[in-house]
Design a protein around this ligand. Structure first.
Ligand code: MSP
Length: 652
């Protein structure tokens, strides 16, 4: 019995760069699953969206000279953005959430407060490492050669007053969930989570930040914003109406049937997410499935490494369905897969052009040539010759279902293509062109073509979740009406009318000339990359009014000392010409000893909003030059003026 409701999600994407084919991989997989469940008659909720807060977005927006909201809007809703990409790729999502949506922000504030009130969130001080790219906190022991264990990039020291979630309290329950239920798949990821994260000791999780502002504000403690992952994970529930009145589907769809997530974010979904739900006494999702990565030249695609593949370009050249099919046919969903243009073209040529395309075009062409497109009433069945194909095609739906229920989409496709290959062999065995020569064999010829059409119909129904647009065209060619495209019909043989009308149409998947195409592809890829680099060089101007909003003044350092328990922070007492001293904290202890700086004249920004760090208030910022060292690290050099400039003068 199929469940009546099915709730499936993709991760919500960081709109920090244009999405690449690695992102499309997960979304296409989710779409195929959602379509499969709809085909089975389930009421499906397919959620996707964008995860728009965090330091990375704030920094990128700053670099581009726009507000963070403008920055994310430009990647999510502008032409060529995330919404356009999903439209192009035929992604049939039911709901799209943006974490900047007002209802979500308010819901997160309520959730944070409830966890604070129930004692699972408490205030403390965070000291450790932070990877800005992954928005992840790390302890020294978790780093790999001093770098982020997930992405290998440099991490920064993070030290600030923060709220913590009592993750440690839930360690045993989460371990039990992972080890003794089917919550996390594939099973190999369970060992990874338990051995790498839970057994070494689960520490409480830092769940607020104060060093930037682009996040959901903690409403009862201004200056703190909610850690982006807490904000992000709850999207799966707020999008259904949890703690808000925008939507009303929580009862219907929660708990989720499955969260599809990439392997590097399994940790968040299989440890932190269930622990937070336990804390809120909420039902847990039924499953988290951690899929592998699409690799390029053996490495994970990423914009910063410059090795991303553009799904727009490939869809334009080969069609959306061919690309969707390639992604799910070529790589087992739970494992990594190496993307290459050769493999893409090979898969299109072999499976789509040769196997499926040939089956359809040969069958419809013969029906046209020998019967003017309409099969006769009389079909002569030949047990020995027909049984194997009929049996294989009739049982296909069950084998396919078995694979799909285990999220083994490549296996389901393999089952379909075994039948398609068998059908092509059946043509060669029965040699319809010889049967056509004798009028006595016409009824046998009709039966052969009919068997081929029925096989194609069943395969077409089961391929619909993967290639929806192309299968519609296929059904039109083989004369399969709507009623014969259903899940029920895919489990039954001989549903096409005996006198079915066939219409040979366009070639569904034209063959590609590999050598020529690879060369052209190289040229277009190089051309497409060029304007992007040019565009990135264009400076983002600000107006003189923008500039004059920043109050920069000369400041004399009256006193300077290290902030207790902080490795980085120095506390400055400054004369900014205001009649009373001003206190500013600056994270430059790694570069200067306090006594070196007393008496120096520096530059301070005095109209930054006051901020608390390590319990002390900082009223502005000292201006430094950032110099990149040969080893790739950055060093700050305070801008110092000579003694000729007294304190309190404005800079222009
Ligand atoms: N915003 C978080 C997810 C929050 S979900 C509550 C995030 N966003 S992301 O944009 O960086 O990544 C989104 C998904 O894309 C992740 O599941 C990630 O694994 C996937 N992929 C990104 N690059 C990929 C490949 N090269 N291959 C396969 N999937 C990849 O993480």
């Amino acid at each position: 019995m199929n469940p009546e409701k099915f709730y499936i999600t993709t991760p919500i994407y960081y709109p920090s760069d244009k999405l690449h084919i690695g992102h499309a991989y997960c979304t296409v997989a989710t779409d195929a699953m959602a379509r499969y469940k709809r085909l089975q008659g389930c009421e499906v909720m397919f959620l996707t969206g964008t995860d728009e807060h965090g330091q990375k977005i704030e920094d990128k927006a700053k670099g581009a000279g726009v507000t963070p909201q403008q920055f994310v809007d430009n990647i999510v809703t502008a032409p060529g953005g995330v919404l356009d990409l999903w439209k192009l790729m035929d992604i049939s999502y039911d709901r799209f959430i943006r974490t900047t949506d007002g209802y979500h922000v308010q819901a997160i504030q309520k959730i944070f407060k409830q966890m604070y009130e129930n004692g699972d969130i408490y205030k403390g001080a965070y000291k450790g490492k932070y990877c800005k790219d992954c928005e992840s906190f790390w302890t020294d022991s978790q780093l790999v050669e001093g770098k982020c264990p997930d992405c290998g990039r440099a991490v920064q020291d993070a030290e600030e007053e923060a709220y913590f979630f009592r993750l440690s309290k839930y360690a045993d329950r989460v371990q039990d969930l992972l080890e003794n239920t089917g919550f996390l798949e594939p099973r190999s990821r369970v060992h990874e989570m338990v051995n790498n994260f839970i057994k070494p000791g689960l520490e409480d999780l830092c769940v607020s930040r104060t060093s930037f502002t682009w996040g959901v504000p903690v409403d009862f403690d201004p200056g703190h914003v909610v850690y982006v992952w807490i904000d992000a994970l709850f999207n799966y529930m707020t999008a259904l109406g949890y703690q808000n009145d925008e939507h009303h589907d929580l009862e219907k769809f929660w708990p989720a049937d499955v969260h599809f997530v990439g392997k590097e974010i399994v940790r968040f979904h299989s440890i932190i997410w269930p622990a937070m739900l336990m804390s809120m006494n909420l039902p847990l999702p039924k499953k988290v499935f951690g899929h592998g990565w699409l690799l390029l030249d053996g490495g994970k695609m990423s914009k910063s490494k410059g090795n991303v593949v553009d799904p727009y370009l490939l869809s334009e050249r080969y069609g959306v369905d061919a690309l969707r099919f390639f992604l799910l046919r070529s790589f087992p969903f739970g494992s990594d897969g190496n993307f290459s243009n050769e493999l893409l073209i090979q898969t299109i040529n072999k499976d789509l052009a040769n196997d499926l395309g040939n089956l359809v075009s040969r069958t419809t062409a013969m029906a046209g040539k020998y019967f003017d497109g309409v099969l006769p009433q009389e079909h002569r069945f030949h047990g020995e010759m027909d049984d194997e194909l009929v049996k294989l095609a009739s049982g296909l739906r069950d084998r396919y279902e078995d694979a799909m229920e285990h999220y083994a989409m490549h296996k389901a496709l393999d089952e379909v293509f075994q039948v398609i290959q068998r059908a092509n062999k059946y043509i060669d065995e029965n040699k319809p062109w010889l049967l056509a020569k004798s009028s006595e064999d016409k009824s046998r010829l009709a039966c052969v073509l009919y068997n081929l059409l029925e096989t194609t119909r069943i395969c077409g129904v089961l391929l619909t979740p993967f290639m929806p647009g192309s299968m519609e065209k296929l059904f039109a060619q083989i004369g399969a009406e709507e009623a014969l495209r259903t899940w029920e019909s895919a489990g039954q043989w001989a549903l096409l009318p005996k006198t079915v009308s066939v219409h040979k149409g366009e070639n569904l998947f034209p063959r590609i000339d590999m050598e020529k195409e690879l060369k052209e592809l190289e040229e277009v890829t190089a051309k497409a990359a060029a304007p992007v680099q040019e565009a990135e060089k264009v400076p983002e101007y600000i107006s003189i009014d923008d500039f004059s909003k920043v109050q920069l003044v000369t400041a004399k350092i009256l006193a300077c000392d290290a902030v207790p328990k902080s490795k980085k922070l120095l506390r400055f007492t400054l004369d900014c010409g205001e009649g009373q001293p001003r206190q500013i904290l600056s994270g430059i202890h790694e570069y200067y000893e306090p006594e070196q700086l007393v008496g120096k004249t520096v530059v301070a920004c005095t109209n930054l909003a006051p901020r608390k760090m390590m319990g002390l208030e900082s009223n502005g910022m000292l201006i430094s030059a950032v110099k990149e060292e040969p080893d790739g690290t950055e060093k700050l050099h305070l801008i110092m003026l000579d003694d000729a400039v007294p304190a309190g003068y404005g800079l222009c």
